[in-house]
Design a protein around this ligand. Structure first.
Ligand SMILES: NC(=O)c1ccc[n+]([C@@H]2O[C@H](COP(=O)([O-])OP(=O)(O)OC[C@H]3O[C@@H](n4cnc5c(N)ncnc54)[C@H](OP(=O)(O)O)[C@@H]3O)[C@@H](O)[C@H]2O)c1
Length: 262
């Protein structure tokens, strides 16, 4: 399978590149026109485009919705219009306005910020253009730093580096080991078109997850309970029915701890 990976130096893209040794890294798409993107795809002739490039920071999207629209909607729409099979990362933020307890299945959406609204619009437009498009809703992902790759803020590094942190006993959401996301990407690339919750499940609150990790690694961090209710807990049955099975949040953390001998 000849895969073109966008965002190959990003947090997820770099791990996908190291997992798929023959994947072709796309150049930065930040200043590319739609014509540049079409020419790139025409030159590479990929069997599949794995699209990770995005503005994935929620406050940045809030501050600059036009830039978010270009990065998070227009570019993926342009890629899908090339007629190639596309696997595109979306986000569990599409559940950010849901009032329920979770877990949320793929249809239970209620986006509560610009980033989430743009991701949801992108999902709907790319599927309208090409129903074979695969949309992967990812959770907050973590890893140790990778040599040569900018390390974005993530749950594990926050826990390892901070003296104090606040998590909510009312937030039920998963965190996912990004290396599992990369490990399962070949299977994701042959999924039938549609939207998939793609990550770990978790029936613990973020506070309990953080307390578990603190105890497991004997971390000196002080953890407090922050009043909040922002359940993003995903029901991943649909992906599981296609044999895409992530470890749950605690099992994923144990795997990461073992991989790095933490
Ligand atoms: N990280 C998470 O925890 C998380 C959680 C849920 C969903 N996601 C989604 O998963 C995907 C990958 O996330 P990530 O954490 O790997 O993202 P990232 O590291 O923040 O960014 C990936 C790449 O996007 C490119 N990029 C940045 N700004 C851009 C712009 N204005 N226009 C076009 N490209 C731009 C950059 O590549 P260049 O420098 O080469 O331009 C960057 O390396 C994204 O779709 C994100 O929304 C991530």
């Amino acid at each position: 399978m000849k895969a073109l990976v966008t965002g190959p130096r990003g947090f997820v893209g770099a791990r996908i590149m190291s997992e798929m040794e023959n994947a072709i890294p796309a150049p930065s798409l930040r200043s590319c026109s739609d014509d540049d993107i079409r020419r790139l795809v025409e030159t590479v002739q990929p069997d599949v485009i794995i699209h990770t490039a995005a503005i994935s920071d929620i406050p940045t999207c809030e501050k600059d919705p036009d830039a978010s629209r270009r990065a998070n909607i227009d570019i993926p729409v342009c890629l899908v219009r090339t007629g190639r099979k596309c696997v595109i990362f979306s986000s569990d933020q599409v559940y950010s306005g849901c009032a329920g307890e979770g877990p949320y299945a793929e249809d239970d959406v209620s986006p509560a910020n610009v980033y989430a609204r743009h991701k949801l619009e992108m999902e709907q437009r790319t599927l309208d253009i090409c129903p074979d498009t695969v949309l992967l809703r990812a959770t907050w992902m973590y890893d140790m730093p990778m040599y040569g790759v900018p390390n974005r803020g993530n749950f594990l590094m926050l826990m390892l580096r901070s003296a104090d942190a606040a998590f909510s006993s009312g937030d039920y959401r998963a965190v996912t080991y990004v290396r599992e996301v990369a490990r399962l990407i070949r299977q994701a690339a042959v999924l039938p078109g549609g939207v998939y919750n793609y990550g770990s499940e978790n029936d613990l609150s973020m506070l309990d997850t953080a307390l578990w990790l603190k105890e497991r690694l004997s971390l000196p961090i002080r953890i407090s309970d922050r009043p909040a209710h922002n359940n993003l807990w995903m029901d991943c049955s649909k992906a599981k029915s296609h044999a895409i099975c992530f470890p749950n949040t605690i099992e994923g953390l144990k795997k990461c701890i073992a991989d790095y001998s933490l």
